[in-house]
Design a binder for this molecule. Structure first.
Ligand code: RIB
Ligand code: CA
Length: 330
């Protein structure tokens, strides 16, 4: 089992990602940190806790509150046109039967990584403020105990979703994104290109709602509701695709490329500037910029059918105990 920590801004697709991560026998989820993004922090925490109940996650699986806004800018307007009024597709799950731990997200990361006997994968599905602050506060611990970061963010060839070129998680906090991406940690970037390819139709989603597994039936209800919210015949599983690349990396195609985050652009702030030029053309004497030393593994495409099947078969099994987190001294 791959020891895993998730940073989320639950959101309908973070909910799907949490269900996949918690129900997967391949991952051992050690803890979850929450950031503001798709919704304000209190709602993100509440949504996250509700999903842990659905997934029958271990009672001692720690969830911690993180930051309430990006490093520099105010929190952007909520995307109710995507995530619904409650931030999680408005399907009316019961109040959570569990609470967050008393420590801040950064301290939860410190405690869990310190206690981990092998390096841990960070799965970043939200604006990167929590992870940036953790890396700044505990750089040696990050270098020693983070095996790598799988980061939903940015765009490779795809157009942006907050402006013509920038993706939401990166644009929400470009400075934090720059800190994480330039940290030296191995980064796998899951951009909007594969993000938009993994969908279920309204009919497929309706079928999922009738499944006896609570995780899969709730996933179906989220997808059906999201089709209605967005007025579409299909819904993306979004962040869940990033989790799928951790579970089954062989079904994702990656290419290692130089990348930086645009901080200054009037029209392009938050853009992931990926250098797709042939290597010999990079850093030539007549360059009109300073090339970025950062290189990341960009997921350019995924095996859609394989990840759709992985999602359904994993959530269909509600019998196997959910991911065994490490009990944290609360
Ligand atoms: O741009 C998509 C990302 O922004 C996803 O993580 C979604 O949950 C939102 O946070
Ligand atoms: Ca998210």
């Amino acid at each position: 089992m791959i020891p895993t920590l998730l940073d989320v801004d639950t959101g309908y697709d973070d909910a799907l990602a949490l269900l996949l991560a918690l129900r997967s026998p391949a991952l051992r989820v050690l803890g979850i940190t929450c950031a503001a993004g798709n919704h304000g922090l209190p709602r993100v925490i509440d949504n996250t806790l509700k999903i842990l109940d659905v997934a029958n996650a271990p009672r001692d699986l720690p969830v911690a509150a993180g930051v309430r806004q990006p490093l520099v800018e105010a929190l952007r307007p909520l995307a109710v046109n995507i995530h619904g009024a409650d931030g999680m597709a408005d399907i009316g799950l019961p109040p959570p039967d569990r609470s967050p731990v008393a420590v801040h997200a950064i301290e939860l990361l410190r405690a869990l990584l310190t206690g981990a006997d092998t390096p841990v994968r960070l799965v970043a599905l939200a604006p990167l403020t929590n992870l940036a602050l953790f890396i700044r506060q505990y750089p040696d611990l990050a270098a020693a105990k983070v095996s790598g970061v799988t980061l939903m963010g940015g765009a490779y060839l795809a157009h942006g979703n907050t402006n013509p070129v920038a993706e939401f998680n990166i644009r929400q906090d470009p400075e934090a994104s720059r800190i994480v991406l330039d940290s030296g940690l191995p980064i796998t970037l899951y951009p909007l290109d594969p993000f938009r390819s993994l969908t279920f139709s309204l009919e497929e989603s309706r079928t999922l709602t009738t499944h006896p597994s609570p995780s899969l039936s709730v996933a179906g209800r989220i997808l059906v509701s999201t089709c209605a919210t967005m007025g579409r015949a299909t819904a993306m599983i979004g962040d869940a695709g990033a989790v799928a690349t951790v579970i089954a990396p062989d079904k994702a195609h990656t290419v290692r490329l130089p990348l930086t985050v645009e901080l200054m652009g009037e029209a392009t702030r938050g853009m992931t500037v990926i250098d797709r030029r042939p290597a010999p053309q990079r850093g030539a004497a007549n360059e009109w910029w300073t090339p970025s030393p950062t290189q990341v593994d960009v997921v350019t495409e995924v095996d859609v059918a394989a990840y759709q099947q992985l999602f359904v078969t994993t959530l269909a099994d509600q019998a196997t105990p959910a991911s065994q987190g490490d009990p944290l001294v609360s």
